[in-house]
Design a protein around this ligand. Structure first.
Ligand code: DOR
Ligand code: ZN
Length: 424
């Protein structure tokens, strides 16, 4: 049976299409794109944008080991609710994903339980120890799409250089969490006015910027591509901008919370506004937005980091770092980037789909004839109020609870199958 998506506005960043189009899906693939098409089952996309399913290259699905926070099944349902059809999952599970058997475990569970495409990243160093490089060729052969020690940086510059050289040789992307952990040690939020006011130990921006600079320079030395994760500071954006100008092979992401919130969200000791790197200041938010505008930042990735209510219901300094993001990503992007006129809707869709796919060299984020029918259909005008009890994620740790946002996912399709339907 074929599906025909009718009356929608089609935006496809890979060929810059932005026009009213129907999409015909047959056998899970895009069969035809045009006007006046017919098919068996009609999906009415009136008033909606039809675009590639989103690609989120920074998600923590917590399996194996931390299933009380999230599982591959619940995380993938949260993704589907957010219009996301491909995720790259981080390796800081328990045990950490540092051998081929564990990569295979995640892939097996994903194929049994996930309603979207779940692609595992594996560790760059064994047990995220920062001391011994993993067998990246084996990890890649087992299906890992990237290597990363996310959650940690690699403190030895020499080892980092070798990690980059090896990843480059194997041809696997390296995703870089940039943090001088000695400088950041003991901090729980951005170092500055609000931290002083609240009496919370701070994390200086330099802890991130020093390592963005070092890690890019080591990638240049290794002749490798490096992808910088969760950029939060004006200085960090500028370091990446300069590196791109001199020809470094660097891509970078930031997360919706870094362009929609400042450190002020921590006031009231809200542990759902605690993440690493932390929320920064107004000038940083402006610089992140400019980074998206001028192409310094290539994609939006959520750093979806679920933690249970019990873990978060503690003193601010004791709470774990991280917030969920999959179910609010599109709406925050429309509300804070598109609606105020910072970027076009087309650019936003590129940042949410093709940008991440290209940074990770994943075949996704494009709707052309023959491509898998991974599709997001959303109403860019519809407003809704964030109610974390409605989340498909196992966790509720969102600082956006109660906020009214614009842009609502109506349907998500993965391989031509409806995996989320807001009208049901
Ligand atoms: O806030 C964060 N949470 N930052 C990280 O780097 C790790 C993540 C997690 O795993 O919870
Ligand atoms: Zn990280």
């Amino acid at each position: 049976m074929s599906i025909i998506i009718k009356h929608g506005y089609f935006i496809n960043p890979s060929d810059n299409t932005s026009a009213p189009r129907d999409l015909l899906i047959e056998k899970g693939k895009v069969a035809e794109i045009g006007t006046g098409l017919t098919g068996d089952e009609v999906l009415d996309a009136s008033g909606c944008v039809v675009c590639p399913g989103f690609v989120d290259i920074h998600c923590h699905f917590r399996e194996p080991g931390f299933e009380s926070k999230e599982t591959i099944a619940t995380g993938s349902r949260a993704a589907a609710r957010g219009g996301v059809t491909t995720v790259v999952t981080m390796a800081n599970t328990s045990p950490a994903i540092d051998n081929a058997g564990l990569v295979e475990l995640v892939i097996r569970r994903a194929s049994a339980e996930a309603c979207i495409n779940v692609l595992p990243a594996a560790c760059a160093t064994k047990g995220l120890s920062g001391t011994e490089i993993t067998e990246m060729a084996d990890l890649k052969a087992a299906g890992a799409v990237a290597v990363t020690d996310d959650g940690h940086d690699i403190s030895s510059s020499k080892l980092m250089r070798h990690v980059l050289e090896y990843a480059n040789m194997v041809g696997i992307p390296f995703l870089s969490h940039c943090e001088d952990e000695q400088l950041a040690a003991g901090g729980s939020m951005n170092e500055g006015y609000m931290a002083t006011l609240l009496g919370i130990p701070g994390i200086p921006k330099a802890a991130e910027e020093i390592r963005i600079d070092r890690n890019i320079r080591l990638a240049e030395l290794a002749g490798a591509h490096i992808h910088i994760q969760h950029v939060t500071t004006a200085g960090g954006v500028d370091i990446i901008r300069q590196a791109k100008k001199r020809g470094a092979r660097v891509t970078a992401e930031s997360a919706p919370h870094y362009f929609s919130l400042t450190e002020d969200a921590v006031s009231g000791f809200n542990t759902n506004a605690k993440m690493n790197p932390p929320l920064r200041e107004k000038e940083d938010v402006q610089a992140i937005i400019e980074g998206f505008r001028d192409g310094t930042l290539d994609c939006i990735a959520t750093d979806h980091a679920p933690h249970t209510p019990t873990e978060k219901r503690v003193e601010f300094t004791d709470a774990p770092f991280g917030i969920v993001g999959l179910e609010t990503s599109l709406a925050l992007t429309i509300t804070h980037l598109v609606k105020p006129g910072h970027i076009s809707l087309e650019h936003a869709i590129r940042l949410l789909s093709l940008g991440g796919a290209r940074a990770c060299q994943i075949d996704a984020g494009s709707l052309h004839i023959g491509a898998g029918a991974d599709i997001a259909i959303f109403d860019p005008e519809a407003s809704w109020t964030v109610n974390t009890l409605e989340f498909a994620s196992k966790s509720r740790n969102s600082p956006f609870l109660g906020q009214t946002l614009q842009g609502r996912v109506m349907y998500t399709l993965h391989n031509g199958k409806i995996v989320y339907n807001a009208t049901q």
